[in-house]
Design a binder for this molecule. Structure first.
Ligand SMILES: Nc1ncnc2c1ncn2[C@@H]1O[C@H](COP(=O)(O)OP(=O)(O)OP(=O)(O)O)[C@@H](O)[C@H]1O
Ligand SMILES: [Mg+2]
Length: 264
């Protein structure tokens, strides 16, 4: 059965009890992400972006509300491997080659060796690393390591990708290059993406919709449509429509208490 929504959050809240009292990380989050849709979460530090992603990934449980992934409870979706995850640090195993790192989830789930080799080769090609399959992570640049992490997150052909500032540690040129690659890969695989970023231009370039969040307590304050078409290429970055959407997201963000962004 196919379900319309990749993610559906209804009245989701998350409170962390701490010695200093309860920290309300998220409150009243209502969000749906359609199958194949690219949605970015943006907002000042501490507004709950990572927390929301962790709840979707079932790495933590919501205090209130409900989360459904393809119509299932988050815990079931995790067991079913319905999504791939990539974080800010590539998190590769240094003693494994590029191919060995990409193959890891496939090994864990018992894919036969010949099938695995074929799939790893396809994934390496998808992220442009065919010539580096036998290299070790410390022989790669940061951008290449991040591409390995993306290939690994795609290994099980997830219908949903969860990404927390995956390009945060990269230089601007590599970052823009990988943004283009990611939109291409998302389109080719048909995966929905929930992408956390601090960068307004990055969010606009990648997304179908940009979710603007605000802290204390963390909540969604705005959702900006960014329907810029399928051609997410370098020409788009210089187009008036793109600038217009960047401005719209910036204005939505400025409605939030930015001056308190560094408080926790
Ligand atoms: N395990 C935890 N225990 C207590 N408080 C937590 C925990 N995890 C997160 N928080 C708090 O929840 C709030 C949201 O944190 P979160 O990491 O989701 O923010 P963020 O939007 O991802 O920020 P950043 O942009 O800096 O990554 C913060 O106030 C944070 O201190
Ligand atoms: Mg975070």
């Amino acid at each position: 059965m196919t379900t319309e929504y990749a993610v559906r959050a209804t009245g989701v809240g998350k409170t962390f009890p701490t010695k200093a009292g309860d920290v309300v990380a998220l409150t009243e989050v209502e969000l749906t992400v359609s199958a194949g849709e690219f949605v970015s979460l943006i907002g000042p530090s501490g507004c709950g972006k990572s927390t929301l992603l962790r709840l979707i990934a079932d790495l933590d449980g919501a205090t209130t509300g409900e989360l459904e992934i393809f119509g299932k409870p988050a815990a079931k979706a995790r067991v079913d491997q319905d999504y791939g995850i990539a974080f800010q640090q590539a998190g590769l195993l240094p003693w494994r080659t590029v191919g060995g790192n990409i193959a890891l989830p496939l090994e864990l789930h018992g894919m036969a060796k010949p099938d695995r080799a074929k799939r790893v080769a396809d994934l390496a090609e998808l992220v442009g690393l065919s010539d580096f399959i036998d290299r070790f992570p410390d022989q790669l640049s940061g951008g290449m390591q991040q591409r390995v992490a993306i290939a690994r997150s795609l290994a099980e052909q997830p219908r949903l990708l969860l990404m927390d500032e995956p390009f945060g540690a990269l230089d601007e040129m590599t970052r823009e290059y990988l943004q283009g690659e990611l939109t291409r890969i998302a389109k080719e695989t048909g995966a929905a993406v929930v992408f956390v970023t601090h960068s307004i231009p990055e969010a606009v370039f990648l997304s179908d919709r940009v979710v603007v969040m605000s802290p204390r307590p963390g909540r969604i304050t705005d959702i900006i449509e960014t329907p810029l078409g399928d051609a997410r290429d370098e020409a788009l970055r210089e187009s008036p429509e793109y600038f217009e959407r960047v401005t719209a997201v910036r204005e939505a963000l400025h409605g939030t208490p930015v001056e308190r962004a560094n408080e926790r």
